[in-house]
Design a protein around this ligand. Structure first.
Ligand code: HEC
Ligand code: HEC
Ligand code: HEC
Ligand code: HEC
Ligand code: HEC
Length: 216
């Protein structure tokens, strides 16, 4: 029986198929690599805000509690971004001539909110809630890092499903007393395991891994 393709053509076809297969594998591998890398997760991207707001000065130097500005963090799904009035509660008094605050004053006089750019953002199909975490003893630092050391806030955690689940499987070692929720310098006692177990009981915390916890 005569072959449909010559031996040479057959060889070329095999080579072409082989190459196509390799290209697909490479593209998939590349995509997986990208999505798991900080480029894909949005970590460590500096964002240029309309005003150079510096958490180091406000949190570290002036010891202003996070909740003064992110006022709904204990009560609502969203932490909230402060309105211009909140800035002016201090800056109508201090630094009230500084050009760094021109945009804050303009926002107030024109009655237009400051357009802060969003840094952390989960996809719409994921349910997240700040109040639940904060009231069960998960501190801001666990998810946002040391903002008191950041000239501009960056996303330091990947915020992907694996990261959420990693804590949800065993939150004990990541808990703290709720009085310390906004502290950036709190340290756990030496026996963190026993302390974590004690807090799990105190706040009645359980492992939450069912899909409907976060996809409702
Ligand atoms: C004096 C007010 C003020 C205080 C105090 C403050 N913040 Fe902020 N925070 C802001 C403003 C304004 C923004 C938006 C501009 C920016 O990203 O820097 C912001 C942004 C953030 C963001 C990024 C939000 C996003 O877009 O994803 C995080 C996270 C954050 N703050 C955490 C904290 C934590 C944690 C503390 C306490 C340790 C804190 N902040 C204290 C005013 C404040
Ligand atoms: C509770 C008082 C308080 C509030 C509220 C407050 N600030 Fe400040 N801010 C200060 C103080 C004090 C300084 C002086 C910083 C220093 O040198 O320690 C300052 C400094 C600044 C500066 C210049 C210094 C720098 O490099 O950061 C800017 C810009 C600024 N604040 C923006 C804002 C904005 C925007 C808001 C509202 C989201 C805000 N502040 C809310 C107290 C406050
Ligand atoms: C368990 C992790 C976790 C903890 C704890 C946490 N955050 Fe967040 N935060 C997130 C995630 C995830 C987002 C993005 C939410 C979204 O896209 O819906 C976010 C977003 C924010 C934002 C942007 C505005 C908003 O509400 O979406 C601010 C401001 C913020 N967090 C401040 C805080 C402060 C202050 C604390 C502590 C009192 C805190 N966060 C504790 C995970 C956390
Ligand atoms: C550092 C630990 C930690 C991280 C990270 C974390 N969580 Fe949680 N989460 C908790 C704890 C603790 C609870 C409270 C569990 C309880 O009440 O038994 C909780 C509760 C929740 C709840 C409410 C569950 C319920 O049924 O009451 C949701 C929704 C949730 N987390 C979503 C998320 C999502 C989405 C992420 C990732 C973006 C995330 N969490 C990251 C520790 C964490
Ligand atoms: C603690 C919170 C949490 C739980 C529990 C959880 N997910 Fe997710 N899931 C997320 C977050 C956050 C994302 C978006 C970020 C990402 O892509 O990883 C996500 C993304 C996804 C996606 C989109 C594809 C992808 O990987 O990006 C699918 C599908 C999914 N989850 C299915 C599930 C299933 C099935 C379960 C139960 C076995 C589950 N999830 C449990 C938080 C959770």
């Amino acid at each position: 029986m005569s072959a449909l393709f010559s031996r040479k053509a057959d060889g070329r076809l095999k080579l072409a198929l082989g190459l196509a297969g390799a290209a697909v594998a490479l593209a998939l591998g590349g995509a997986m690599f990208y999505w798991r890398s900080p480029f894909g997760t949005g970590q460590f991207h500096p964002v240029v805000q309309p005003i150079q707001f510096d958490h180091r000065h406000h949190v570290r130097d002036d010891q202003i509690d996070c909740r003064y500005c992110h006022a709904s963090v204990e009560r609502a799904p969203s932490a909230g971004i402060p309105a211009t009035e909140v800035c002016l509660s201090c800056h109508s008094q201090i630094w009230n001539k500084s050009p760094l605050l021109d945009r804050v004053r303009a926002s107030w006089f024109e009655g237009r909110p400051i357009r802060w750019l969003r840094i952390h953002r989960l996809p719409d199909f994921v349910y997240f809630n700040h109040a639940i975490h904060v009231n069960k003893g998960v501190g801001c630092v666990e998810c946002h890092g040391r903002v008191d050391r950041m000239a501009a806030v960056e996303q330091v955690q990947p915020l992907n499903m694996g990261w959420c689940l990693d804590c949800h499987r065993n939150p004990a070692p990541r808990l703290r007393p709720i009085e310390e929720i906004t502290s950036t310098t709190w340290r756990p006692p030496a026996d963190r395991a026993a302390f974590g177990a004690e807090l799990m009981k105190r706040y009645s915390v359980h492992a939450r891994v069912s899909c409907t916890t976060c996809h409702r």
